[in-house]
Design a protein around this ligand. Structure first.
Ligand code: GRF
Length: 203
């Protein structure tokens, strides 16, 4: 099978990256994790990628000051060098410009630790507890210019427990993330999830 060449963009520990690397080991998985790119030289996920024998690149955003376009040109160069076809943002903490997003329209996914459109933005578990929601979870979506707003590819949820803390909730949601991200990438790589409509059908 001709596996799609995927880059995973990280900024930190890379546990979602690790889940994607693990899933892509299956012979029938329609994608290979070809490259891991971090905007932070100290991201712990880089060591995990190297241990897995995966090419890594560092595009340190602090080298470009406020020039987001210059940062993204360097990002694009790293992706082009490995003939990347699909991009997975996984704990990647830089806002991407509409120009970069449109270049990867329909080919870039992100994972968000909440049931979008609920709780866009940061500190989602704390906000879920404060709001007293009874269900909480994670979402994989296509990246569009608006933050945390693209068509949803995969979601799953858990019941919030009365004794949940931000940490216990985050841990249980992370387990969901590690399950649904590989499933969502499979759907995209197999052409079962596409950014044609405002809704995507991914099984
Ligand atoms: C995760 O909660 C993810 O949803 C969010 O960043 C957190 C860290 O992810 N995008 P990871 O462990 O670096 O994959």
């Amino acid at each position: 099978m001709n596996k799609k060449r995927v880059a995973v963009l990280i900024s930190g520990r890379g546990s979602n990256m690790a889940a994607l690397i693990e899933a892509a080991k299956a012979d029938d998985y329609p994608a290979e994790i070809t490259l891991v790119v971090s905007n932070r030289p100290d991201a712990a996920g880089l060591a995990r990628a190297r241990e897995a024998g995966i090419a890594t690149a560092i595009v340190d955003h602090t080298r470009f000051g406020e020039d987001r376009e210059a940062f993204e040109l360097a990002l694009d160069a790293a992706l082009a060098a490995q003939r990347i076809e699909l991009v997975c943002l996984a704990g990647f903490m830089r806002r991407l410009t509409p120009g970069f997003v449109s270049r990867w329209s329909g080919r870039m996914l992100n994972i968000h630790p909440a049931l979008l459109p609920q709780f866009k933005g940061l500190h989602t578990h704390r906000r879920a507890l404060a709001a007293g929601v009874k269900r909480h979870g994670a979402t994989v979506h296509f990246v569009v210019p608006e933050i945390d707003a693209g068509p949803i590819v995969a979601q799953d949820w858990i019941d919030v427990r009365d004794d949940d803390t931000e940490e216990s909730l985050a841990a249980r949601v992370l387990e969901i993330e590690h399950r649904i991200y590989p499933r969502a990438l499979r759907a995209l790589a197999e052409g079962r999830a596409s950014l044609t409509s405002s809704r995507t059908q991914a099984t």
